[in-house]
Design a protein. Sequence first.
Length: 400
Amino acid sequence: MAAAGLAAGGAQLRAGGPAQAVSAAAGPDAVPPDTRPGGSYDRYVAKLAAEGRFSGVVRLSHRGRTVLSRSYGMADKERGVRNHQGIAFNLSSAGKPFGPVAILQLAQQGRLHLWDTVGTHLKGFAPEVADKVTIHHLLSGTSGLDNPPEDLERVFHSRQEVRDHCERWARQAKPVAAPGTPTEHAGAEVAIPAMIVEAVTGTTYWDYVEQNVFRRCGMTGTAFTTRPQWLTDRNIAHSYMRQPDGSLVDAVRNLDKGSPDPYQLGKNPARNFIDAPGDGGFATAPDLIRFADALTEGTLLDKHYAELLTGPKIPHAPQGGGLARGTAGPADASFGAYQMPVGIVNGQWLKGRAGVNPGSFASWNIYPDTGWVGVILGNQDGAPFPQIIEREMQAVLGPG
């Protein structure tokens, strides 16, 4: 997408702007007080921002109507660009569900089947992968595959270089357990379905998703942005990484710097010329609301395929009281769906995805029982990200 394209999709909204009026009447469509401007969630995020612990945007929508819209901090400190609702943020793993949507669109059209093995569409994989691992295994996180560590130090210089490297890396995946066994963070489970999308459609994963997912639901501020666009487009938030001395550095302008976080040691997301096929992307908060609404309205997938996307596949044991694999917060029951966790919280379904990169974090949550969607996007290390998600959940669902 041209850099100017990211200017659309809600750029007219600014911090502190009035949210669209929403009914406060009692009943199933009542708006909980904690979700409203001035409510506990709003005050919590504002306090974090005032303390310098949050830079980004939050947004709450109820049945398509904006209830809360707030923006804080700087998108680009060097150029004096403030965050606002038209700014696109790095999604990291919060962009992974776009791949399963693409696969299910092709399944809907009869161009592939979820029981197809890897070898049905791709050549060159070892027989134990090609003949035994299915698309369903990959999407549900039950492939039994493991892959070598990523090369976090490499600086990429073109889309083709990224694509070729990711394909070679995915082909090194090896089975460590039988297909059907839950797998923890296997990158090949993201990369191989993206390769299948390319094999079936004859186009790149990035182009297919931009045309058939983003454009279809009006996500005009969302794209698989390249590093040159990230540097020059004023509507893309730069990622500010915390360094060992406590300072924050702009990841995009300092490719020699990496994260000291032990879970992402040395990583700098801007070293990628473009996010790997099947992962990441950049999106605005209004666009993520549009994506969530499109999933429930039949814009992207027929009803039954949309239900298949988010339907519980395998039970998860919540880690630290949270929804395992990709989001946070207390859950009564937690499951893996297709590249996203789903759970029952306070007697209601919660479906969504979160992601973290050095200097950025992203979360979108769908509350299908009551028609709420929540988005949190940030571009600075140091925010209590899991707690922000939990406070959003409490505002919408009430205390547990």
